[in-house]
Design a protein around this ligand. Structure first.
Ligand code: NDP
Length: 484
């Protein structure tokens, strides 16, 4: 086993910092349930230290040219790629996700974000607006100090998806990982320092909500970007709004995946597997309501059953394993409770449904068929490997049913009919949509939700709008024409 105990709990002003007087947070390896490391929550004194360091360092960072800032971010991307294996092992210890996933979807996705926004940094400009004599120019300015708060499912990716655009725009960021997965963000901070990032520009503070909350309400913080559940999002959004802070909210979902009768069944089944069982179902954009046209429902389920036969559940450090444990005992208990509610509510348990005996927080990939819209398992985000299969008869009906939710993160359509694909996607209320695939999130594409699933966008050029603000300057070229 590698030594995954970090040098210290926090990363402040360019260095690891420890203060064991903060609440101890054990790091539990989800595959065994054993504590493999320990960190401590940040004390108020450390929060103060980090905010002061950020406020002191940020103006000089913003004053550098975008190209210089970008060079540092791109260097960090290169270091992450060179250390991908080691970082993937750490991500696996932090989250329990199999190496087969972490090697390709976590540190590498973080590197993509640093490379992409590093490349954009030099091109962030304002514009010149001619008014026939007088003119206006605009300046794209950094917001100042941004706070990033992460969920536990993608600790490296979330830290990088927030830090990369924030830093590219000239902001400083204090990042608070989920207390469940505290390790990976520290590595991101360490690597950014190695790449040349000035001290104080990206810092990491550990702790649960009691560390996140004072960061959100501190008047010296200009923006809050949260990845988390809708209930937490509502609290954090309200707290930020009280001081008119900028926000990005990447929240939960109960996304629909619609499989029409002309769909390629293998692709649709593949999409449903990706959209329900990757990361043991702990993905915000998962297509957990799989609407299958009644005429192909049996064929779809039969193919799904076959493919579930090749799931390899086991030690996530073994690269042959493609389905790992859930992140925590608590999250598995929540998931098992939903499974019980599904059975009690009258859905057919088509596959799985049980915790796996032995050590670690394993649960079988689970499929319910004959699910109806009113059932709890079809309405609430489970955040575990539980797929609900519902059937439908026609297009207008399925669009209405797919949209009958407060959530609006993602949606997918599987069909061979090109015009239907675009017509249906155009009517689905979701921010991140897919046609004939599911759950791909390249850095070049905007990512985020509508309705209760969030505010703002991560990734792509759209993220720049959420980490910068415009100043417009009117320039008079003649005398001032006043009424008296
Ligand atoms: P939570 O909402 O429980 O927590 C999210 C983060 O907020 C954690 O770091 C948490 O700290 C912190 N937090 C909790 N309360 C407060 C508060 N009052 N003020 C400030 N910070 C606070 O979500 P989970 O960690 O359980 O993650 C799962 C959720 O995240 C799911 O709903 C999922 O859909 C969503 N998600 C959304 C994504 C998206 O991009 N749209 C991507 C990934 C996940 P701590 O937990 O340490 O107490």
């Amino acid at each position: 086993m590698i030594d995954i105990q970090p040098e210290a709990s926090h990363y402040i002003n360019g260095a690891y910092v420890e203060d064991t007087s903060g609440t101890a947070i054990p790091v539990i390896y989800p595959a065994t349930g054993a504590a493999v490391a320990r960190v401590h929550a940040a004390t108020p004194a450390l929060i103060e230290q980090a905010i002061e360091a950020a406020r002191t360092a940020q103006p000089a960072w913003a004053a550098m040219s975008g190209t210089e800032r970008g060079r540092i971010l791109r260097r960090a991307a290169d270091i992450i790629r060179a250390r991908n294996h080691e970082l993937s092992v750490l991500e696996t210890y932090d989250t329990g996700k199999p190496m087969q996933e972490t090697l390709v979807a976590d540190a590498t996705s973080g590197a993509d974000a640093l490379e992409y926004f590093g490349g954009l940094a030099g091109s962030l400009t304002g514009e010149h607006i001619p008014l026939g004599g007088d003119w206006v120019y605009t300046i794209r300015e950094a917001l100042g100090l941004c706070v990033g708060i992460g969920a536990w499912n993608y600790p490296t990716q979330i830290a990088c998806w927030k830090a990369a655009p924030a830093l590219a725009c000239g902001n400083a960021m204090i990042f608070k990982p989920s207390e469940v997965t505290p390790l990976c963000a520290l590595k991101v901070a360490e690597i950014l320092t190695e790449a040349g990032l000035p001290d104080g520009i990206f810092q990491v503070l550990q702790g649960a909500g009691e560390v996140g909350a004072p960061l959100v309400t501190d008047p010296r913080v200009d923006k809050v970007s949260l990845t988390g559940s809708v209930p937490t999002g509502k609290k954090v959004y309200a707290a930020a709004a009280a001081q008119m802070k900028h926000v990005t909210m990447e929240l939960g979902g109960k996304s629909p995946m619609v499989v029409f009768e002309d769909a390629n069944i293998d692709d649709a089944v593949g999409g449903a597997i990706l959209g329900n069982f990757y990361s043991s179902g702990q993905v915000c954009s998962n297509g957990t309501r799989v609407f299958v046209h009644a005429s192909i429902k049996d064929a779809f389920l039969a193919r799904l059953k076959e493919r579930l036969g090749s799931v390899v559940i086991g030690d996530p450090l073994d690269e042959a394993v493609n389905f790992g444990p859930m992140v925590s005992e608590a999250q598995r208990a929540i998931t098992l409770d939903y499974v019980a509610q599904g059975k009690a509510g009258g859905a057919t348990l088509f596959h799985g449904g049980k915790a796996i005996e032995g050590q670690g927080f394993y649960i079988e990939p689970t499929v319910f068929s004959d699910v109806t819209d009113d059932m709890t398992i079809a309405r609430e985000e489970i955040f575990g490997p539980v797929m609900c299969v519902l059937s439908f008869e026609d297009e207008a009906e399925v669009i209405a049913r797919a949209n009958a939710t407060d959530y609006g993160l993602s949606a997918g359509v599987f069909t061979a009919d090109l015009t239907r694909a675009h017509r249906v996607i155009g009517q689905l209320q979701a921010g991140s949509c897919f046609i004939n695939t599911y759950n791909l999130a390249p850095v070049e594409a905007p990512f985020g939700g509508v309705k209760a699933s969030g505010v703002g966008r991560e990734n792509s050029k759209a993220a720049i709008e959420h980490y910068s603000q415009m100043k417009s300057v009117y320039v008079a070229m003649g005398p001032v024409d006043a009424p008296f």
